[in-house]
Design a protein around this ligand. Structure first.
Ligand code: GYE
Length: 311
């Protein structure tokens, strides 16, 4: 009833729209930017955003969702840390007639349990990263180490899959080590240090593929401390396009990244408005763009431009 009233009186009463946002945490620069942008978008639209930080724990997200349902919010935004284990709580939201929109990660659940998902094509991102490497590493034997995202998360699963698809049929490329760095800079550095030790001090590694830029930045640090040149001795390719990776590119220490917009909330609020107003069902997937950046793209200029966008 509150929603209808809010809509009938146009944007002035949109302030009555209450949206609960269950955020994963602040593991990466990209994640922090998504939080900032979501809050900005809510404010711009006069939406009352109830923000909850789960500190990487699914159980905290489930608690947050139950509390949003109990409060009777008009809608829920959920950035799901892992793919599975959401059915029960999403059924509760559905019974309460509260639409749920997934942000930036997908889940394995019947798709009538959420209104839509605003995400990138994460298999494609991995593929773009892999294709860049295949094209640019030459014909020599290339041993790759991989820093995976959070275990069980859709981007970790899909970005691995897409990357491997790009390598298929190119026999000189081989992933020799692959481990999670949990999407964080510190864990990325720590795991890269162990990779370097295990691979002849890094001399046997040709490339680092990291599922996000933060882990790549941590990896770059580890490579430097091992006395090698990131970007040259070991090629570095990753995903997100956060400002720091462009600084690394400008310094010749990173080679390619695939852009992920931190503005998932904008499209989410747009379809939510249309849904609450006219019951207009959005498509189940709203795909955001993925663009490859390399040092040829004037990295310091991109760095400056990115700085204002929630980073
Ligand atoms: O790439 C990474 C973050 O869920 C797609 O999560 C997102 C990923 C993003 O922490 O930096």
């Amino acid at each position: 009833a509150t929603v209808l009233a809010a809509c009938m009186f146009g944007s002035a009463s949109a302030a009555e729209l209450v949206v609960g946002f269950s955020q994963i945490g602040s593991e990466s620069g990209w994640r922090a930017a998504e939080t900032t942008v979501t809050k900005q978008e809510a404010e711009k639209r006069g939406v009352d955003l109830k923000f909850s930080d789960a500190q990487q724990k699914q159980e905290n997200q489930i608690k947050a969702l139950r509390s949003f349902v109990a409060q009777g919010v008009n809608a829920i935004f959920l950035a799901p840390v892992v793919e599975t284990g959401w059915d029960d709580v999403l059924k509760e939201a559905k019974e309460a007639e509260i639409p749920v929109i997934l942000l930036d990660r997908t889940i394995k659940a019947p798709d009538d349990l959420y209104l839509t998902a605003v995400t990138s094509d994460q298999v494609h991102e991995g593929k773009v990263a892999g294709e860049w490497l295949v094209k640019n590493a030459g014909d020599k034997k290339c041993n790759i180490v991989e820093l995976q995202g959070t275990t069980g998360s859709s981007p970790a699963i899909a970005r691995k899959k897409g990357f491997e698809e790009a390598l298929a049929g190119h026999e000189n490329f081989k992933i020799v080590r692959s481990q999670t760095g949990d999407f964080t800079r510190s864990k990325g550095k720590e795991v890269m240090e162990s990779f370097l030790k295990a691979e002849n001090g890094g001399k046997d590694i040709c490339a680092l593929y990291a599922h996000n830029d933060d882990m790549a930045v941590g990896g770059i640090q580890a490579i430097k401390e091992a006395g090698l040149k990131p970007g040259k001795d070991i090629l570095v390719v990753s995903i997100d396009a956060v400002p720091d990776i462009f600084q690394a590119m400008a310094a010749g220490e990173a080679n390619a990244t695939v852009e992920l917009t931190p503005n998932m909330a904008g499209p989410a609020f747009d379809v939510l408005d249309a849904y609450l107003k006219d019951k207009k069902e959005p498509p189940k997937w709203i795909q955001t763009e993925s663009k490859l950046y390399t040092p040829a793209d004037d990295p310091m200029k991109v760095y400056e431009a990115k700085k204002g966008l929630g980073y």
